[in-house]
Design a protein around this ligand. Structure first.
Ligand SMILES: *Cc1c(COP(=O)(O)O)cnc(C)c1O
Ligand SMILES: [Zn+2]
Length: 449
């Protein structure tokens, strides 16, 4: 059976198609965003049980490139790609763990966290970037005039782009908002040989510039306006369900900025539904930082209107986005998945991340936003305590050590409820013993509280 995928305009009145090896980011006829469509009839040629079996056989195997969580599902991602052009760093296959203690604190017995940050560059962006860079490699091999691949980034996209381009031997260019990303996020593209351009603006400002420089076909655009990344990112929900032996959870909670990831999550689940691997759709919750909450504001108006905003500074810097590229797609997704949108203040996201850490997590601030949303939804009764809930953790906490250090040093703009400060002592046994006695007593009372 011959499987195929193509770009298609999302505008219902246009629906123009383009091959996946063409350099196109928006519809040339009407200017709308594109999305990748698959020949679903061809995919139906294999029944749901056979797809499950194939995915299970490949999952985390050493059968290159099919052991990758993304390429193990190649037929659903980018079937025409030649295996020789796949640039894979064994992405996907990340840990999905039962957050037993944190769940119990909230009265929830079936809470799970999908650790997408346990990945090559430390965030879920790897899932999409492997597909984008592989597609670029294929286009170059076919003679496309691409000299470099560029993106504007709040940190994690550039880290993923730089590392996949380095693995492929393709030049990357990253435009970063000066002083707005963490040291770890800045050092990744530097180490991986990207041309790093630090601009005195915010993410939305960098985005404007990169859109213009990529009008020239020799510089290929890697931002999520380019819908090819969605194809890799959509494996996240599919993989979670595979990890639950094909049982679909009740709720997914995901932090959202540019809103590509929620669209991807939804697309993967819809494909599973279309092909009979799941029989019902879960609910999707998008969590935003209050300082960058344009989707939440639109949700409050039943998505009847949308107003971009100037995003204010947030600790969750990867979602500090006021004018999300994938807004239309995300709203479409939320309408299909009984969607809920919530926001979290800086204090709420930081406390939720820290509280989670005390139960054995190591949360990035974006995951903190998702956990804060979960806490609110349980309080308001919008999520029932009996439900099976999955939180998508988007990056590794070690990328955000400055945030954690400041929280525990209590130097943020608000009180840190769960700060854990080192106790400074003279190097004497009696002083240490005395300090331990008091501290352990205090710890026991808080642990039992
Ligand atoms: C990119 C990113 C997000 C937001 O994803 P969108 O697709 O832009 O909504 C959330 N968390 C982290 C850590 C990210 O890197
Ligand atoms: Zn169009």
């Amino acid at each position: 059976m011959q499987y195929s995928a193509w770009f298609q305009c999302i505008n219902e009145e246009c629906r123009q198609k383009y091959p996946t090896n063409s350099i196109v980011y928006k519809c040339r006829t009407c200017g709308s965003l594109l999305e990748v469509q698959h020949d679903i009839e061809a995919l139906r040629g294999r029944d749901s049980k056979a797809w499950m079996k194939l995915f299970e056989e490949r999952y985390k195997s050493t059968q290159w490139p099919y052991g990758s969580g993304v390429w193990g599902k190649k037929e659903w991602i980018l079937p025409q790609l030649s295996d020789d052009n796949i640039v894979s760093l064994y992405e996907g296959g990340s840990n999905l763990f039962w957050a037993e203690r944190f769940g119990k604190m909230l009265g929830l017995s079936n809470l799970w966290v999908k650790l997408c940050g346990n990945s090559h560059s430390g965030s879920f962006k790897d899932l999409g970037m492997t597909v984008l860079v592989s597609n670029v490699k294929q286009m170059i091999s076919e003679g496309a005039p691409i000299k470099a691949v560029a993106c504007a980034s709040t940190g994690d996209t550039s880290a993923a782009l730089a590392v996949y381009c380095a693995a492929a031997g393709i030049q990357s260019i990253v435009l970063l908002p000066k002083g707005k990303i963490s040291v770890a996020q800045l050092v990744q593209p530097i180490a991986n040989g990207a041309l790093v351009l630090s601009l005195d603006t915010d993410f939305d400002g960098c985005m404007k510039v990169v859109r213009e420089i990529t009008e020239d076909e020799t510089i290929y655009l890697a931002n999520s306006m380019n819908s090819i990344r969605i194809e890799g990112q959509k494996t996240v929900g599919i993989e979670v369900i595979q990890q639950f032996d094909w049982d679909c959870p009740d709720v997914f909670i995901i932090p959202g900025g540019n809103l590509g990831n929620v669209t991807a999550l939804g697309n993967g689940l819809l494909m599973m539904h279309d092909l009979g691997l799941i029989s019902r759709l879960p609910r999707i919750v998008v969590a935003q930082a209050q300082n960058a909450n344009p989707l939440y504001r639109s949700y409050l108006k039943n998505f009847e209107s949308f107003e971009p905003m100037v995003a204010r500074k947030t600790l969750a810097n990867a979602i500090q986005i006021g004018n999300p590229v994938s807004i239309e797609k995300a709203i479409r997704t939320l309408k299909l998945f009984k969607g809920i949108v919530l926001d979290a203040t800086e204090e709420e996201l930081a406390d939720a991340a820290a509280l989670g850490d005390t139960t054995g997590m190591f949360n990035c601030p974006h995951t903190g936003v998702a956990l804060a949303a979960l806490i609110k939804l349980l309080k308001s009764g919008q999520i029932d305590k009996s439900e099976h809930v999955v939180v998508i953790s988007t990056a590794h906490g070690l990328k955000f050590t400055d945030f954690k250090v400041k929280y525990h040093e209590e130097t943020l703009d608000f009180p840190s409820r769960f700060a854990n400060k080192p106790i400074e002592l003279p190097p004497r046994v009696d002083a240490v013993k005395e300090a331990l006695e008091t501290a352990l007593k205090k710890r026991r009372t808080t642990l039992n509280a």
